[in-house]
Design a protein around this ligand. Structure first.
Ligand code: UDP
Ligand code: MG
Length: 319
């Protein structure tokens, strides 16, 4: 088999409803490119028929490869697994639900080759099909990250992007196992371009990003790329100190006039408020310590249980 020029990495978690439509749309686009390619479908520990359906599709699509994770490890970890098992000169990551139109892939590849770019982001110009809630939270997220990360993060660029082999090798060399790629990639500083596309509604199935996961992604983004939350403790401490000084001056002035300030309530509230602030700061600190701990442990965040091609990219039998 000729080594692939293009690898398409697709993380899939319980996506049986959308796989037939996805394959039917992706395949003609890739066939039309007229170059050797592979599709690396990463089954992120799905509990539904995703694995069986993929194996079935692969039986008459030799370019479709299966990588199965032993358990659900999350979108970013599944992407990492895909990057580790993609052998093309170019690697594009795309969602399985057809929200990222496969027809954009040739445009990305063309732009990268014509302008000598290493990264091409898919930028969502039209998100009218997303819910208002998703659009607003996404808007806040990208604005906040631009300020926190300190590098130019393209707004509205999710995980639909094209990477050159060089970038993939840099990413593979990093110790992180499930980084937030949409922030990590821009922070590397490779020559990058953008291709815009309209975000389509999910073709079938339901979102795999409930609010809980959205919050987790936002917090990972902030904590992995910035120490600003830690600095919050310093600022809160400084504010409390200034307030305290003002109260001392006030207290002494009142005392000099021969009075005392009554104040069970104010005393109690002040103690309560300050302990709350201290606990929050301690919690923040704990979050960072746990990140250090996790990094030191260096446990893999995903286990590849099965790969339908070997390290050299040669096909192996599908059981
Ligand atoms: N996904 C995954 N593992 C997970 C959650 C999601 O591989 O634990 C995949 C999912 O199958 C899809 C992509 O990540 O291909 C994006 O998920 P989804 O479309 O549900 O997110 P949304 O578009 O709603 O933000
Ligand atoms: Mg989606």
């Amino acid at each position: 088999m000729t080594p692939p020029v293009l690898s398409v990495v697709v993380p899939m978690f319980n996506e049986e409803a959308v796989i037939p439509a996805f394959v039917a749309r992706l395949r003609p686009v890739l066939d039309d490119l007229d170059l050797p390619y592979e599709v690396v479908a990463v089954d992120d520990g799905s509990a539904d028929g995703t694995a069986g359906l993929l194996a079935q599709q692969a039986s008459d699509w030799p370019e479709l490869r299966l990588v199965r994770l032993r358990r659900n490890s999350g979108h970013q970890a599944a992407l990492t697994a895909g990057l580790h098992r993609a052998y093309g000169d170019w690697v594009v990551s795309i969602d399985a639900d057809l929200q990222d139109p496969p027809e954009t892939i040739p445009r990305m590849l063309r732009l990268a080759r014509e302008q000598g770019l290493d990264v091409v982001y898919g930028v969502r110009t039209d998100r009218s099909t997303d819910t208002a809630f998703k659009r607003h939270t996404a808007g806040v997220y990208y604005r906040l990250m631009r300020r926190l990360v300190g590098v130019e993060v393209p707004a509205q660029a999710g995980d639909f992007r094209l990477l050159s082999r060089e970038v993939v090798e840099v990413l593979r060399g990093l110790p992180e196992r499930a980084p937030v790629y949409r922030l990590l990639v821009p922070s590397l500083g490779f020559a990058a371009g953008e291709v815009s596309y309209a975000r389509a509604p999910r073709a079938a199935g339901t979102t795999k990003y409930p609010l809980r996961r959205m919050v987790a992604l936002a917090w990972d983004s902030a904590a992995d790329f910035s120490a600003a939350p830690l600095r919050l403790a310093t600022w809160l401490g400084a504010a409390a100190f200034v307030l305290c000084l003002a109260l001392i001056v006030f207290g002494v002035a009142v005392w000099a006039n021969g009075a005392v300030i009554p104040g069970w309530t104010s005393l109690f509230l002040a103690v309560l408020l300050l302990s709350a602030v201290q606990l929050i700061c301690l919690g923040l600190l704990g979050e960072y310590v746990s990140r250090i701990y996790r990094t030191v442990q260096n446990r893999p965040t995903f286990h590849i249980g099965y790969d339908s091609a070997d390290e050299a990219g040669h096909p192996v039998e599908i059981p």
